[in-house]
Design a protein around this ligand. Structure first.
Ligand code: 13P
Ligand code: 13P
Ligand code: MG
Ligand code: MG
Length: 376
């Protein structure tokens, strides 16, 4: 049986700043989606992390289906109305156009979709990150799917040992989807050379080289490029099928113990550690730190099991403590050097205006002639 998993995620308003969406908003969206259960959808689940809401939908209509996308768009529109009624902050923040036109890609919400023939048992993970960008998943995916120091399965399982096929997108290109396909292990160094640059090159999908099956889909939207100005960080979602011909759940989770530094944090303009948190966690310190949560499921004939909250396990408490230390350490240096994003990545216009204004006040001193050394 072919099943499609579609996650469509947006921030349409939150309590107390960019913190958390609130239950009334979730109710509105949930009721809207539930109406589609007799017909369009087989099942659905709503997840929240920080100020974002992700709608996970299961159906048999394939990726990019107009009706499924329209349903999510209209649910977020209805949610925006609730957010406005309640006076939530940033109501409708990620809905960047007035009217739906075929597919929510390019309209603001983040989208990740996987279509596959269900295995007899089909475990998968849904990640949601807030206060960061899609490239935040680059390092964890590289380690989970290409590094035997993280993933013992690359040595121990014959199917996984055949390697993976990565598709990477250049998200700075705005004329279309600029992508490149690389195979691990032989293209490992080329892959690393691209994935080093989280702001520009983003893993879009990963397939097994054993059977061609897709393991991973990542939302690659850049709101900045769509809107032409800052509207909020992209706050990416990721779907990963796990076990058997793919890395195990624990191998996909393990890299998050690094709490690696990513772009985002306050005003989408700083660097902070990615803290793995239980779902429903809001943002706090310096509008962050950047957070990620992970919902685990099995899907059978399109029906979802209940979810398990993978970063709620006691193990992750120690990681969170370390991430908090890393966040404070970076924040100690305020705007200086790598604590704030480089000029080209700064999402808020303010600094651009300051530099333009100051540009006129610079003066150029005539270069002083340096005396040439004797004998030359
Ligand atoms: P299986 O049950 O799929 O053999 O998984 C074993 C495993 O992946 C433990 O990490
Ligand atoms: P969001 O992208 O999560 O809405 O956050 C925006 C922001 O500016 C936080 O400081
Ligand atoms: Mg927000
Ligand atoms: Mg957000």
């Amino acid at each position: 049986m072919y099943t499609t998993l579609s996650i469509i995620k947006a921030d349409v308003g939150s309590i107390a700043g960019h913190v958390t969406p609130g239950s009334k908003l979730l109710d509105t969206i949930s009721r809207h989606i539930a109406n589609a259960l007799d017909g369009l959808l087989t099942d659905y689940f709503l997840g929240t992390t920080g100020d974002d809401i992700a709608i996970l939908m299961t159906h048999d209509k394939g990726a990019g289906n107009e009706e499924v996308h329209r349903l999510a768009w209209e649910a977020f529109m209805a949610g925006t109305e609730t957010a406005k009624e309640q006076g939530l902050y940033g109501a409708g923040q990620d809905l960047l156009v007035d009217a739906f036109s075929g597919n929510v890609k390019g309209m603001g919400p983040a989208v990740a979709e996987l279509q596959f023939e269900e295995r007899p048992n089909e475990p998968f993970l849904m990640f949601m990150a807030d206060k960061t960008e899609p490239g935040a998943y680059n390092l964890p995916l590289y380690l989970a799917f290409a590094d035997p120091m993280n993933t013992g399965g690359l040595l121990l399982s014959p199917e996984i040992n055949e390697g993976f096929h990565f598709r990477v997108m250049d998200v700075s290109y705005t004329q279309g989807d600029r992508v490149i396909d690389l195979n691990t292990p032989e293209d490992l160094y080329d892959l690393a050379a691209l994935l080093r640059d989280n702001d520009r090159f983003v893993v879009e999908s990963i397939r097994s080289r054993h059977d061609g099956e897709q393991a991973v889909a990542v939302s690659t939207t850049r709101l900045h490029n769509i809107a032409g100005k800052y509207t909020g960080k992209d706050d990416p979602v990721l779907l990963a099928r796990v076990q058997k011909n793919f890395p195990a759940t624990g191998e996909v989770l393990a890299p998050y113990s690094i709490a690696h530094y990513v772009s985002g944090f306050m005003r989408g303009s700083h660097i902070g550690p990615l803290m793995p948190v239980p779902h429903g966690t809001g943002c706090s310190y310096f509008d962050g730190p950047p957070i990620v949560s992970c919902f685990g499921f099995c899907v059978h004939e399109g029906k979802l099991t209940e979810t398990t909250d993978l970063f709620a396990h006691p193990f992750w408490t120690a990681v969170r403590d370390r991430a908090a230390e890393k966040a404070m350490e970076m924040r100690r240096q305020g705007f200086s050097g790598p604590a704030m994003l480089p000029y080209t990545e700064l999402e808020y216009g303010g600094i651009v205006h300051i530099l333009k204004k100051l540009d006129k006040r610079f003066t150029v001193r005539a270069a002083r002639k340096v005396a040439e050394p004797a004998g030359v």
